[in-house]
Design a protein around this ligand. Structure first.
Ligand SMILES: NC(=O)c1ccc[n+]([C@@H]2O[C@H](COP(=O)([O-])OP(=O)(O)OC[C@H]3O[C@@H](n4cnc5c(N)ncnc54)[C@H](OP(=O)(O)O)[C@@H]3O)[C@@H](O)[C@H]2O)c1
Length: 250
């Protein structure tokens, strides 16, 4: 493949839908070989087929990245298949809505495992090949909820605030070694993220938020990933906040 990311290898978590899927497609269109990770094997397979039909290289890796062994294995499989790892995008995420008093504490823990710990696991595993190369890009998909919240979004915002802190510390740790670390914090983006919310009223509220008139499209976030990863390594963009023009929540 030709393109700004020719001869680069990428891994995208949460690549079976929404922002992660759009990012995998955009990275492949820019010339990168892409490993796609999520739990829904069929959706990954379909996306791999789309990439290959367009002349790209892709690999489907099915698994739950909240399990540290899975996160470690998918990084290793990517390096084994493509010979290197230039881009890691952590887009796997889940959302619940509940204030503290009503919280299902198992859901709270699960959200921290997926939104925070899974990213720690993939970053931890990716640093070995990236340090050996002396280069790399790590992009974590945060949220506008990183910096502000409301009772309903408390557990989600807590996971994303912690992700923000982890990303900032990692940037300072490995930036001097040629590894660019960036958080992209989108607002309302037209995806199916609301569908996993168990409470029907909260699900409907989040669905209305992400589907609002003028919401971002997943491709807008994907294009931002390609832009950042196409820049020279000296340009260490550390945070990108993307708001839908009419988003009044944040
Ligand atoms: N949509 C928005 O308005 C918005 C705004 C700000 C930030 N974000 C963030 O954007 C990211 C992507 O979300 P989205 O909006 O694109 O929603 P989405 O379409 O629901 O995508 C979530 C992705 O994460 C994957 N995933 C969830 N748990 C996983 C696990 N344990 N292991 C592996 N993969 C897992 C899902 O795939 P499987 O179910 O197949 O595993 C899916 O591919 C999330 O981090 C979300 O917090 C979204």
């Amino acid at each position: 493949m030709t393109g700004a990311l020719a001869n680069r290898a990428a891994l995208v978590t949460g690549a079976s839908s929404g922002i992660g899927q759009a990012t995998a497609l955009a990275l492949a269109a820019a010339g990168a070989s892409v490993a796609l990770v999520a739990r829904r094997a069929e959706r990954l397979r379909e996306t791999v087929e789309r990439i290959e039909a367009a002349g790209g290289k892709a690999l489907a890796l099915t698994g739950d990245v909240a399990e540290e062994r899975v996160a470690t294995d998918v990084i290793a499989a990517t390096v084994e298949r493509f010979g290197r790892l230039d881009v890691l995008v952590n887009s796997a995420g889940t959302m619940q809505a509940a204030n503290v008093e009503d919280a299902d504490t198992d859901q709270w823990r699960r959200m921290l495992e997926v939104n925070l710990l899974a990213t720690l696991y993939t970053c931890h595993a990716a640093l070995r090949p990236m340090r050996a190369q002396g280069s790399g890009n790590i992009i974590n998909i945060g949220s506008l909820a990183c910096r502000t919240t409301s009772p309903l979004y408390n557990s989600y915002a807590t996971s994303k605030s912690a992700l923000n802190a982890m990303t900032d510390g990692l940037r300072k740790e490995v930036g001097p070694h040629g590894i660019r670390v960036c958080m992209i914090a989108p607002g309302a983006t037209r995806t199916g993220i609301a569908e996993g919310i168990t409470d029907p009223a909260h699900r409907e509220a989040i669905r209305a938020y992400v589907q609002q008139d003028g919401a971002l499209e997943p491709e807008d976030v994907a294009a931002t990933v390609v832009f950042i990863t196409s820049l020279p390594a000296r340009a260490n963009i550390s945070e990108v906040w993307i708001r839908a023009t009419r988003d009044t929540l944040y």
